[in-house]
Each structure stands twice: as C-alpha cells, then as structure tokens.
Design a protein around this ligand. Structure first.
Ligand SMILES: NC(=O)c1ccc[n+]([C@@H]2O[C@H](COP(=O)([O-])OP(=O)(O)OC[C@H]3O[C@@H](n4cnc5c(N)ncnc54)[C@H](OP(=O)(O)O)[C@@H]3O)[C@@H](O)[C@H]2O)c1
Length: 168
C-alpha cells in the first residue's frame, strides 16, 4: 500500500473558497480521475459535501470520508474516524488523500508522494494547501518541464510530481 496526496493550488496556495474550488479546469479533473482510478480515496466530510451530487461517490474508487460524526453516512461512501481506521479499510490498495486542508494535515506525514496541479491564477481563497518542507519534498518531474500548459479556457497550469525524501 502506498499513500499519496493530490491537490490543485494557485501559486499563492489557494485550494478552496466558500466550500468549492475557485476555478474551472477540466484538464485537472481529468488528470485527477486518471491518477486516482481504481484506488481508494480519502476526503474530509466538507470535501465530500462540496462534490456535486451527480459526482459522488467518485466512481471506480473506494470512497472514504473522514468525519468525527459517528452517525454520518452517505450512499457509496464509508465513514472513517481516524487515519488508522482508514488504513485498515483500504487493505492492500493504494490510497490517495484528496483533501481538503484538514485532511491533508492529518495524512501528509504518511504520504510518500504528492501530485500537485499549479493553477496560474490570483484568486482570493479561504482554504490553503499545506506548506511542503523543501528539505523533505522534492519535485521529481513537471509537466510541462518548463512553463505552463494553457487550458481550453485560457487558464495556465502545470502538473508537479513530488516525492518525499526523509532526511537521514
Ligand atoms: N484544490 C483542491 O485540490 C481541493 C481538494 C479538496 C478540497 N478542496 C477545497 O477545500 C475546502 C474544504 O477543505 P476543509 O479543510 O475545509 O475541509 P475537509 O478537510 O474537506 O473536511 C473537514 C472535515 O473533516 C473531518 N475531520 C477533520 N479533522 C478530523 C479528525 N481529526 N478526525 C476525524 N474527522 C476529522 C471533519 O468532519 P465533521 O465536521 O463531519 O466531523 C471536518 O469538518 C473546500 O473549499 C474544497 O473545495 C480543494
């Protein structure tokens, strides 16, 4: 089992505003679907709530929703209350931590990779990506290797893949 985290952020680290992502970027959603397909995903209950009802549970993936509400339930999702509880439910599958910030904070110390989409927008936000310690997290590839892709709607974006290298 391997644990990774995946998110999209602006250069200013915004990941959300008013319970949603403050941009529209189908190219990022397609990459998210391709990376997480067939695996388990864990998300915070607020992120679950942010998914349009037609898009949840995320198809083809085990959907774990982290909550403190012992009576929480939703069709197609499994409630988990702790990180260990979630790990126990995943079995041997790979697990992607898909946000939001509260859940990234709970899981990042267990993650070995981060897939980050950088969305080249300056937008206000109320939820921010965690700061990755550069002595521990290194970008191993960027797509494109330099500069940006330009989405059909004109938004510029880049995919960065990071790996954890624990200091010895
Ligand atoms: N840009 C991106 O890639 C991306 C990805 C995901 C989300 N987002 C955005 O991020 C925002 C949501 O993030 P968020 O940080 O506010 O919320 P979140 O992490 O999605 O969910 C928070 C919820 O998780 C549960 N939780 C938190 N700590 C817990 C713990 N220690 N044990 C058990 N359960 C715990 C609680 O659920 P209960 O209240 O039910 O107890 C809490 O309310 C939205 O704007 C969303 O659109 C952006």
């Amino acid at each position: 089992m391997s644990i990774g985290a995946i998110w999209a952020q602006t250069p200013g680290a915004v990941i959300g505003r008013d319970g949603a992502m403050p941009w529209r970027l189908p190219e990022d959603l397609r990459r998210f679907a391709s990376i997480t397909a067939g695996h388990a995903v864990v998300m915070g209950r607020r992120t679950w709530d942010s998914l349009p009802s037609g898009f949840r549970p995320l198809p083809g993936r085990l959907n774990l929703v982290q909550t403190r509400q012992t009576d929480w339930s939703a069709p197609g999702a499994k409630a988990v209350f702790t990180v260990d509880d979630a790990v126990a439910r995943v079995g041997g599958r790979d697990l992607w931590v898909i946000g939001g910030r509260a859940v990234f904070d709970l899981w990042l110390e267990r993650a070995v990779r981060v897939e980050m989409t950088v969305v080249d927008l300056e937008v206000p936000g109320d939820t921010f990506a965690p700061t990755l310690d550069p002595s521990m997290w290194q970008v191993v590839s960027s797509d494109p290797p330099g500069g940006w892709h330009t989405a059909a709607n004109g938004t510029r974006y880049r995919f960065d893949s990071l790996r954890r290298h624990d200091p010895v």
